[in-house]
Design a protein around this ligand. Sequence first.
Ligand code: ADP
Ligand code: MG
Length: 745
Amino acid sequence: MANLRFQVVGEAFKKKPLEVKAPAERPCEYFGKKVFNREKMYKYLPKGIYAKMIDVIDNGAPLESQVADAVAAGMQQWARENGVTHYTHWFQPLTEGTAEKHDSFIELDGNGGLIEEFSGKLLVQQEPDASSFPSGGIRSTFEARGYSAWDPTSPVFIVDDTLCVPTIFISYSGEALDYKAPLLRSLHAVDVAATQVCKYFYPDVKKVVSNLGWEQEYFLVDEGLYSARPDLLLTGRTLLGHDSAKNQQMDDHYFGTIPDRVQAFMKDLEIQALELGITCKTRHNEVAPNQFELAPIFEDTNLAVDHNMLLMSLMKKVARKHGFRVLLHEKPFAGINGSGKHNNWSLATDTGIRLHAPGKGTEDNLRFVVFIVETLLGLYRHNGLIKASIMSASNAHRLGANEAPPAIISSFLGKQVSELLDHIEKSDSDMLKMQGKHGMKMDIPQIPEIMIDNTDRNRTSPFAFTGNRFEFRAVGSEANCASAMIALNCAVAEALSDFKKRVDARIQAISSDEMFAPAADGTPAAHTARFHAILDVVREDIKACKPVRFDGNGYSDEWVAEAQKRGLDTEKSCPVIFDRFLDKASVDMFSSLGVLTHKELLARNEVKWETYTKKIQIEARVIGDLSMNHIIPVATRYQSQLLENVKNMQDVFGSEKASGLSERNMKIIEEIAERTSKIETLVEELIDSRKKANVIEDARQKAIAYHDSVLPKMDLIRYQADKLELIVDDALWPLPKYRELLFIR
Ligand code: ADP
Ligand code: MG
């Protein structure tokens, strides 16, 4: 009987890179070709409409219906010139990935013919039949339908023959059913809070934007091999598979030469992504074999999130064209690195100041310290929540494994910034006040940006400062970045507005208590009072956020104990971590910032627990099926062959001599018998624990049962199956092995 495995391995070996024809133009010229960006708006919209639309995008002005009609008409004209026949509202439900339902432009013309139409009404709002999207019961309890509404701040784009309109997705009673609605609210919250703090330093700042530059890690696997692995196909990860003798130990993949077939894929992907306005900048091999990374240039967080979602779906499509499957799962292979999506995050003003970068003088550096410290304070106060925002059934396999980062959220600042904070913390405030009276300035050392840019790095830190931004490394490769960005922006918004309140109170106290003389350099007194008020409050906060700062080895066991002492969240169970969304501090924060109501948080947690349960449920079924239908039958067949051999040996040599000669085979026969019977028992137990969990009504309790009693059995089964892989005849083994999945291109 032909073994499918050899067939697919052989075919994979022979595959050649696809010929990818680069466009005749340079990237700068075809960049954004498929996006209805400002340039196209200018071309396709009447002048007055263009100006109004820019006001809507930049200043949040309300969208008038005649403007929407005119914009829709311009879009349609552009779309038609590009061969587009359909349009869709493109949104980000609480599943992974995006959703779209395509409608064509055609309408009856009343005379038995057809016309093409696209009105402002269709552009602005749609009612996708949304009953099958997870909503945590919001829709069933409150309102049957949800609708999608255009987000004009993210430009419309074309995929194939379809005009895609980025939208938010909400229920008729106004609850968010997606990631984008709360993301937009969180961006507004951090804008408001940060702008107010900025005014202490730069009175002309009107707006603060949150920037995001994600780095997307992924694996590629040949599609023939992929299709011969039911676990990859159905769960996105290998549930079985013994280590390859060689994997990543030689460090020869990271930054290595990109294989030709992969290079062709990347080139194709990048051309298409650039046309869609995604600024692909960096590509390289990652640490694990067959693991790669793509990073664009950072941009406004809302757009960056959309672009990441778009890129992930584009990757899947382009990979198939090249005979690959892309694996976005955080841990597709045991024993080697998993994939993350580093979220490089920072705040910047409309006047071009990067708030997480040091500046030229004392003022700029005080502002720098304020934004660093308040970010840390947000990270500390909402430590568990921020971890919950990146947690999922799949990312749980990656966090805490022997690779960055651990399942404890702390921040690495690097030596220079740490010393700066320590210096401010220690400086005596009374002394400063005295000196302040005489107009002395606090010495906040000048920190050239170049000095702290990428100088010292700590790869184990989940939230590292890297010179002018924080790199949130714990985000999962498969995740929608919005989840992490909502939590982070809200935590920082809350910290900043609380900071502002305390500083204002202090300024008042100082001004009324004490008379300030102008500073030695002539700086007016109010300025000095403000300066000292800020410094006093920031000093308080440096002390308060200290426990979240950690520059050591995040992998060590001591760190877990130490983190616990510091009050950081060290919980490891994914469904329990989700509780942090419902903590009083989280609910208060989200509701006071107007980002998510308690009801929305409850509903979203239901979805999280249900999703968790379903994922583990599917995995448990697959590993059960694989064990019973693939592993045990093959192991038994090999065992029979060995038994046959032993019998033949006895026939030829007589039982006494044969028993010596068959010693090794006898051992294997026994080992197979033991391991297969263990697997059988474990699979029965697995089914049993699933049955017990399935009758639990409460979504949280059910997810916990899956975590506590189903998941651990899968590991035990895997252990036995992987041992069998080592002893069963390679010619019989049905599933492509790690060495084949990971090294064939
Ligand atoms: P690394 O060396 O950390 O792997 P990469 O070059 O792969 O870095 O990616 C860094 C990402 O950080 C890019 O998307 C880049 O545009 C982004 N980035 C750079 N500066 C900022 C900033 N100030 N705010 C947010 N993102 C930034
Ligand atoms: Mg990188």
